[in-house]
Design a protein around this ligand. Structure first.
Ligand SMILES: Nc1nc2c(c(=O)[nH]1)N[C@@H](CN(C=O)c1ccc(C(=O)N[C@@H](CCC(=O)O)C(=O)O)cc1)CN2
Ligand code: GAR
Length: 219
């Protein structure tokens, strides 16, 4: 059974979707720990409610970023973590950390990358930019994490239409409910079942049936 570490900074609704998918047997994995860099993140409470080890570990408590990341690497390796799941985690890892877990860190971003990604693009900021730009479709992207910000190989995407009367808040709610909470558990299931192959920037999903079932088929 694969061991997951989930990194969070906020309310943890994506964490909850993953917890629920494990509980209902969709994902065969164990969340070994939840780690947040925000002490008051409700996601930590969600972990505790589900008897998952919850840790507040912040860069602020280390002399610099590299010491923070070295601590995290040792913390994760000592627990023999297989995959690192970023779920609203608002810290950008250096190349050092990413290389320690190459193609074993995934992230969900609330837009159709590469649009509306990069530094400063997180949470409501993304949906504000989407509405201001006037695009007709948006959605979410699950991708591998590399040394860039939001530029890693794309695993899954799903689109929804932007409505004329959407606010950033209404759009965020729909992207979470209709896209994120669906595609992230599917992506993690595929990862844990070794059904994802990465060839350069291309990501091949080796289980077309699950994509069809979740209307994520792309060929
Ligand atoms: N090396 C990588 N690390 C991370 C990635 C990544 O793709 N590569 N994804 C992010 C998550 N993310 C978007 O999906 C993201 C998170 C945070 C930011 C950002 O600009 N953060 C601010 C600080 C925000 C705060 O602390 O309140 C900043 O760094 O100035 C952009 C994108 C996770 N890590
Ligand atoms: N760039 C990263 C980013 O913006 N991530 C976004 O933060 C939110 C976290 O919500 P949650 O804490 O309820 O899962 C989610 O919408 C996720 O896509």
């Amino acid at each position: 059974m694969k061991k997951l570490a989930v990194f969070v900074s906020g309310s943890g609704s994506n964490l909850q979707a993953i917890i629920d998918a494990i509980k209902n047997g969709e994902i065969c994995a164990q969340i070994s720990c939840v780690i947040s860099n925000k002490k008051d993140a409700y996601a930590l409470e969600r972990a505790r409610q589900n008897r998952i080890e919850a840790y507040y570990i912040s860069k602020k408590d280390f002399p610099n970023e590299i010491e923070y990341e070295k601590y995290l690497v040792n913390f994760l390796k000592s627990r023999e973590i297989d995959y690192i799941i970023l779920a609203g985690f608002l810290y950008i890892f250096s190349e050092y950390f990413v290389e320690e877990f190459k193609n074993r860190i995934v992230n969900i971003h609330p837009s159709l990358l590469p649009a509306f990604g990069g530094k400063g693009m997180y949470g409501l900021n993304v949906h504000k930019s989407v509405i201001e730009y006037g695009v007709k479709v948006t959605g979410a992207t699950v991708h591998f994490v590399d040394s860039t910000t939001d530029g890693g190989p794309i695993i899954l995407q799903k689109a929804i239409y932007v409505r004329d009367d959407d606010t950033p808040e209404s759009l965020q709610k729909r992207v979470l409910e209709e896209v994120e909470w669906k595609i992230y558990p599917v992506a993690i299931k595929l990862l844990c079942e070794d059904k994802i192959e990465v060839i350069g920037r291309k990501v091949i999903i080796k289980d077309k049936e699950i994509l069809k079932r979740w209307e994520l088929r792309h060929d």
